[in-house]
Design a protein around this ligand. Structure first.
Ligand code: AMP
Ligand code: MG
Length: 353
């Protein structure tokens, strides 16, 4: 059959149509992965998102991070936390829903940890200035004087008008030990709202994984070796849809006379915590719970820390001690691998000397 010009044109049009459809389908199926880093909440954060709306989800996430930092930073003069601190002993400060929620949750963890976690630790944290220029060892009388105003029970929260009041005029709150957890949860909400099935949120070492890895397998999260350079792991855990938050003595510190002074302050001494724990990881569904708990259990000592975490449903922990022992609570024992054989696995049973 001879091909007429008319037939040739029809065949070419059909072929072009098929090619266009193929381009459209493959273009739509192409997995996008967007990775962004941003300095916020006093630390370096990384957001890695897979999927069609990744760009939008990351953009919205970064906006949210900045919004939370603007509201909750202790260093920003106009933050809601600074406003609460300025009105201490004077009058209650009305705050946004976010800040109110974070403080309300924080008070819960202050109480659960029996004051090991205490958001009124702010003035003592400022004395030390750890992580800032001019960090120093304060005089003992300065510490003792300042400790008198550390008491989370003086934080009055009023749900009716969403206000916070510090009873003592010298008091200051610091939500640095829990705000990153809240931020990670908020970022997950944004990511899920954008229809994303796979993402990794890393807020200064606080990890929250959304779904599985892109290939459908669980995420492997490395737990920093607290005695080595950043990026060297003591162990890894395998998780899906979980928050993995670590408080460690390697995050912010300075050295004086060969001794490390780190940023987690024991409210009963006013000094950096000296329990046998040097790294406390909490694995939970919500990062705000992980963050609120990680700072407190770090200070509580291994025995009380294991007891507290074993009593909270859906929450697990991994503790690393000065003597390179690794304690793991019941729910996560099947999902971790020691990757550095200098560490000794002790399961969750702590034998007191
Ligand atoms: P994280 O890295 O979550 O353990 O939080 C540490 C941060 O929490 C520090 O940089 C301080 O801002 C603050 N902080 C230090 N010690 C305490 C404490 N005992 N209770 C509550 N917050 C604390
Ligand atoms: Mg914390």
């Amino acid at each position: 059959m001879a091909i007429t010009i008319e037939n040739a044109l029809i065949i070419m049009s059909v072929l072009m149509f098929i090619v266009l459809i193929l381009i459209f389908i493959t273009g739509n199926n192409k997995k996008t992965c967007i990775v962004r880093e941003i300095y916020s909440l006093g630390t370096l954060n990384q957001i890695k998102v897979y999927g069609k709306n990744a760009e939008k989800a990351v953009k919205e996430s970064i906006e949210k991070l900045c919004e939370i930092d603007n509201k909750m930073s202790s260093f920003k003069e106009h933050s809601e936390i600074s406003k609460i601190n300025k009105q201490a002993g004077i009058k209650p400060q009305i705050v946004s829903k976010d800040t109110f929620y974070v403080i309300q949750k924080a008070i819960k963890y202050c109480s659960l940890s029996r004051g090991a976690f205490d958001i009124t630790i702010g003035p003592v944290v400022s004395l030390w200035g750890i992580g800032k220029e001019g960090a120093r060892i304060p005089a003992i009388n300065e510490i003792n004087e300042t400790l008198k105003i550390v008491n989370y029970k003086n934080v009055v929260i009023d749900k009716n008008n969403s206000s916070i009041f510090l009873e003592n005029e010298k008091q200051k709150i610091d939500v640095g030990g829990i705000a990153k957890g809240y931020a990670a949860d908020e970022l997950r909400n944004i990511i899920l709202k954008n229809g994303i099935k796979s993402a990794l949120i890393n807020l200064g070492g606080n990890i929250l994984v959304v779904g599985t890895k892109e290939d459908g397998t669980p995420w492997n999260v490395g737990i920093q070796d607290p005695l080595k350079m950043r990026g060297e792991f003591a162990l890894t855990i395998s998780v899906i849809n979980k928050s993995v938050v670590t408080s460690g003595n390697y995050e912010r510190y300075f050295y004086k006379d060969c001794k490390r002074y780190h940023h987690i302050i024991n409210p009963s001494t006013g000094y950096p915590s000296e329990s046998e724990i040097i790294s406390a990881t909490i694995i939970s569904d919500y990062s705000i719970d992980g963050d609120g708990l990680s700072t407190g259990v770090y200070i509580m000592g291994i025995h009380n820390a294991i007891k507290l975490i074993e009593g909270i449903k859906g929450v697990d922990a991994i503790f690393i001690t000065k003597s390179k022992e690794v304690y793991v609570t019941t729910g996560i024992r099947e999902n971790f691998t020691l990757t550095n054989d200098e560490f000794v696995y002790k399961n969750g049973i702590y034998e007191e000397m």
